[in-house]
Design a binder for this molecule. Structure first.
Ligand code: SF4
Ligand code: SF4
Length: 216
């Protein structure tokens, strides 16, 4: 099976797909497939110094669409005789006392798959779509062709410019040149944005990073 086979199967359900062989198997499965959906620019543009109800709904809708695509892909793999393990698009589980971690880092999986990199704002930045994306991950024992996952034809983001816009814009001071503070980010969202998105979304650092991209 190749990445293009998966793209054809999922068709318009996702914006991009990558796959890679893992350095270490996860759940006994040696390959990872990363699914990416680009967010609506019109919706992300509604974010100012706070998120909006429209953004929160879109965020959840895209996560649900990613979970549906993961499940569909898993059934396709299963029908072809392979195992699969889907990771929810947005689910925090308390692993090793860290309440901010998921079962597996979607960002790490997407980096393995050659879809992009992680910026100073701790967001995954897709080589074509920038930071306005959501991700899901499916592990499998299907030996997905790796070669086609490497993006050599994409123009756009190749590295974080370290422009500092996300640092300046973050109202929680959660982003610094030294790293990202997930607790400061989470605490701020819970306190300030409880009535918008139940304190679980913000998006300011994504919005300003995208603004930068449009200028480049
Ligand atoms: S806003 Fe600038 S410094 Fe922050 S992640 Fe984007 S490119 Fe990097
Ligand atoms: S999501 Fe909001 S609070 Fe969290 S790091 Fe980005 S700008 Fe700061």
């Amino acid at each position: 099976m190749t990445v293009n086979d998966i793209k054809r199967f999922l068709d318009f359900r996702v914006s991009d797909v990558g796959a890679a062989r893992l350095p270490e198997p996860f759940m006994g499965l040696g390959y990872v497939i990363s699914l990416c959906i680009k967010l609506s620019d019109s919706v992300v543009d509604t974010i100012t110094d706070k998120p909006t109800h429209t953004y929160f709904h879109h965020y959840r809708s895209v996560n649900r669409a990613l979970d549906d695509a993961s499940q569909l892909l898993g059934m396709y793999l299963q029908k072809n005789g392979y195992n699969f393990f889907p990771v929810a698009a947005s689910q925090s589980v308390n692993i090793d006392g860290n309440p901010f971690r998921g079962v597996y880092s979607h960002k790490q999986a997407a980096v393995y798959c050659g879809l992009g990199f992680v910026g100073l704002n701790n967001l995954f930045i897709h080589t074509e779509f920038g930071p306005r994306v959501r991700l899901a991950t499916v592990f499998t024992d299907c030996p997905v062709t790796e070669r086609q996952a490497i993006k050599t034809d994409k123009k756009g983001y190749t590295a974080c410019s370290e422009c500092g816009r996300c640092i300046a814009a973050c109202p929680a001071q959660a982003i610094t040149p030294e790293g990202f503070d997930p607790k400061a980010c989470s605490d701020y969202m819970k306190k300030e944005f409880q009535l918008i998105g139940r304190g679980s979304v913000c998006g300011i650092c994504m919005k300003v990073c995208s603004d930068r991209a449009k200028q480049s």
